[in-house]
Design a protein around this ligand. Structure first.
Ligand code: 13P
Length: 246
């Protein structure tokens, strides 16, 4: 299957709450040399904990890896203890930010409304948001996958600029479980997501137990424009193999 020549390929790691600064630098020492062979049309992104951003921003300067954060508040500044704003991220060279990850929706009270506020703020302050959507196992079993995702997209994308956006389809049952969504099914759902967008060229990633041994098959699917990788992005060798998919 051939890929669209228009849509950008985005290979992103989501480190979640892993790696101190020292560990993040150690990762780069192993990882950066492996990118010499990575085709130029692939955007490689590392979405790291807030405390790693500053040091990685300096270390990634001049490399082809773009820096991403894992959350952003919707105000420019204010009395919001524990939050980080768009200008704080863009000032240090952050280009991407994950918004609406299922772990934030599940454990930290993120709602479709606050996801929408964060998406708009990211764009307002010069960041490209990576919006995560996806269903639970229970919703899939009840054949609610499409209606759930359509509902998320409808609420999350109000007044969001689809020219500066990445979407990740992350079925919750596939995250951290080793139970990857079958690539043809991921392709089908991503095609469904695309059919709901006003801009069909938005890059849409798959996320959920992406590993070196399934990346080639995933990236061979016509609708899948990249991946959002958790566990396998923590080891330089495995994330390099993913960025260098065949
Ligand atoms: P895993 O790759 O560990 O399943 O995590 C996926 C994910 O949540 C990426 O955002």
């Amino acid at each position: 299957m051939t890929k669209s020549p228009v849509r950008k390929i985005v290979i992103a790691g989501n480190w979640k709450m892993y790696k101190t600064q020292a560990e993040s630098l150690e990762f780069l020492r192993g990882f950066l040399p492996s990118l010499d062979e990575t085709p130029q049309d692939r955007e490689v992104v590392l979405c790291v904990p807030f405390t790693d951003l500053n040091v990685l921003s300096k270390s990634l300067h001049g490399s082809r890896v773009q820096l991403g954060a894992q959350n952003v508040h919707w105000e420019e500044f204010g009395a919001y203890t524990g939050e980080i704003s768009g200008p704080m991220l863009s000032e240090i060279g952050v280009r991407y930010v994950i918004v609406g990850h299922s772990e934030r929706r599940q454990y930290f009270g993120e709602t479709d409304y606050t996801v929408n506020l964060r998406l708009k703020a990211a764009q307002r302050f010069g960041l490209t948001p990576i919006l995560c959507v996806g269903e639970t196992k229970q919703q899939r079993d009840k054949l609610e996958t499409e209606s759930l995702i359509a509902n998320q997209l409808e609420k999350n994308l109000v007044d969001v600029d689809q020219e500066n956006l990445v979407i990740a389809y992350e079925p919750i049952w596939a995250i951290g479980t080793g139970d990857t969504c079958e690539s043809k099914e991921a392709n089908r759902i991503i095609g469904f997501i695309r059919s709901k967008l006003s801009n069909p060229d938005v890059p849409i990633q798959y996320g959920g137990s992406v590993k070196p041994n399934n990346i080639d098959e995933i990236m061979a699917q016509s609708e899948i424009d990249g991946v959002l990788v958790g566990g396998a992005s923590l080891e330089p060798e495995s994330f390099a193999r993913i960025a260098n998919y065949k």
